[in-house]
Design a protein around this ligand. Structure first.
Ligand code: PMP
Length: 305
């Protein structure tokens, strides 16, 4: 990864080399941080960078913070402005990934959430594709279970919970797969290591509900809307059983980093015809136009830097 030149740290934009915390920092020891991940897309024709749905991303970040008893006294609008300021200083003319992090910033021993000062940091890096085989991914069903909402808030992006995602991803990749599908404690498919999941069965687009221990994905929300409005598809949010993905017609995963990844094999079984299907193909095209601010209908999802 290319390192950023700057970061927002302790209330101002500083050279990246100055954005440092001590080893006793609470968040580093106990995973007591929440983070976001949003993309900026470079629009070549206009020579402009556009953030994709930053308000929704920052709203989720502040919700994650609230679930973890954190308060940085900033609104979504404040966070968008800081991000724009940072990206202007960085001067990127390429696609970027923005990583805001709210963390328990005090140094010392003691597991708890209350009475510890919170802080905010943001950095951004140039960023291309995340999953290499994004038109023909081969996934496995992970032997790990997804963190349950009664263990760590599943609908938030809590740093400590990403130990679960990391175990899922590493075991999948070491076993030769691109990604994994993860079951929740009830044995339903919740999502991937850092992506939501959708399947097509008999022309209906189906995705697990927000009550199945998923992260409430912004890409998921966007895809649901595009599928309904642009493709006229029926979209159903319901639990998905393990064996349904063996017999569905199309399967894909969504996320800010991953964007839309077509899954064409699950544990060595072909999905549908074993190639990326028409609905996945169409959604990828649509999404690609929308994020790059090339579709005026969805211009309110694009915030100019
Ligand atoms: N699930 C998890 C666990 C994730 O980390 C992510 C990435 N943020 C997603 C789903 C997809 O969410 P989004 O579309 O908002 O990036």
């Amino acid at each position: 990864m290319d390192l950023p030149k700057h970061a927002y740290f302790r209330g101002k934009i500083v050279p990246y080399s100055e954005a440092r915390v001590g080893v006793a920092t609470h968040a580093l020891n106990y995973g007591t941080a929440v983070f976001g991940g949003l993309r900026g897309y470079w629009n070549e024709e206009r020579g402009k960078l556009y953030l994709f749905r930053p308000y929704d991303h920052y709203r989720r970040l502040l919700h994650s913070a609230r679930m973890m008893c954190m308060d940085i006294g900033r609104s979504e609008e404040d966070l968008i402005q800081i991000t724009i300021d940072l990206l202007r200083v960085e001067g990127y003319q390429t696609d970027v990934y923005v990583r805001p992090l709210i963390y328990k910033a005090e140094e010392g021993i003691g597991v708890r959430l209350h009475g510890i000062k919170d802080d905010l940091t943001i950095f951004a890096v140039p960023f291309g594709s995340y999953v290499k085989n994004d038109t023909n991914a081969h996934v496995t069903i992970s032997s790990w279970r997804r963190v349950d909402d009664n263990v760590i808030p599943a609908r938030g992006k809590v740093s400590g919970a990403y130990a679960n995602s990391a175990l899922i991803k590493t075991d999948a990749v070491r076993a030769g797969f691109d990604e994994a599908l993860v079951l929740d404690q009830n044995g339903h498919i919740s999502e991937g290591s850092a992506m939501n999941v959708f399947m097509v069965r008999d022309g209906v687009l189906i995705t697990p509900p927000v009550t199945d221990n998923i992260l409430e994905g912004i890409t998921r929300r966007s895809v649901i809307e595009l599928a309904r409005r642009e493709l006229g598809l029926e979209v159903v949010e319901r639990s998905i059983d393990r064996t349904e993905v063996f017999i569905c017609d199309e399967l894909f995963m969504t996320g800010t980093a991953a964007q839309i990844v077509a899954v064409t094999r699950v544990d060595h079984r072909p999905v549908g015809d074993g190639v990326m299907g028409p609905i996945t193909t169409r959604l990828r095209e649509l999404f690609g136009e929308v994020v790059r601010a090339r579709n005026p209908k969805y211009a309110d999802w694009n915030v100019e830097v």
